[in-house]
Write a protein that binds this ligand. Sequence first.
Ligand code: SF4
Length: 263
Amino acid sequence: MRALQLSPTSIKTYTRCPYAYGLDKIARSPRYRRVIAPELHTGRSVHTVLEHLVRQPEVSRADAERSLDETFAWHVYDDPTTAQAAYQTARERLSDWVNFPYGWGDGQTLAVEKLLRTPSRDGLVLLGKPDLVREHPNGSLEVVDHKSGRFVPTLAELKMDYQAGIYRLLAEQHWPGYPHYQVSFSYLATGAVVPVAYTPSEIEHWWTVLSRIGERIGRARASVVEGDIPLPEAFPPQPGEQCERCPFRKVCTFSDAHRRNED
Ligand code: SF4
């Protein structure tokens, strides 16, 4: 069986609800049956414009607004009111970034929205698509991830975040030899930037943690694909608060809402 590929998003899906992961990666539930939260579309719009802006020699509000107008996907929202609110939010987040364009200007840009992957190790391939990778003016290698939500987690929480761990591993894999590596989370709405760095033993620990998750998922995948075990048995549903925002809530018969309707 081919190596298992894990991204920060797929691991978060699996840890929230293994069945959601199974529907996504094993059953490959078609896109039209999924429900994408409006804020995810909005975040995508902001990132599309930022991808354009960080490559520009000058940062301007007019350029940000023009680019948003050209790329904003009005049709993905359920109704015009939600779409208008999302457009306004995207516009505000971009205006926040123009006021404090973290990641733009100083330093040398090495990659923008580039898909990175590790070679296979213990049957596992890690992949991720950071917003920006640059050589920081202080000589370190920095991966920048822009967040459009308002909530800013603590440094301790971010150090435990799969995204930080995977981006850190990918950074050294692709750009080895830097004296220092950091993953910086940039919160557009507040201007906060939280840099996360790891010691060599913490990095090795990430490999251990991720390999264990990979082994677990790999065994479950093999039991479905080769052993004909039903999907919900190999990837047990985890109904709860997360069902409200789950892309599979319309097709999942284990969801909280579905169970309430049955009662
Ligand atoms: S709706 Fe709930 S139980 Fe069903 S896949 Fe999503 S999170 Fe899991």
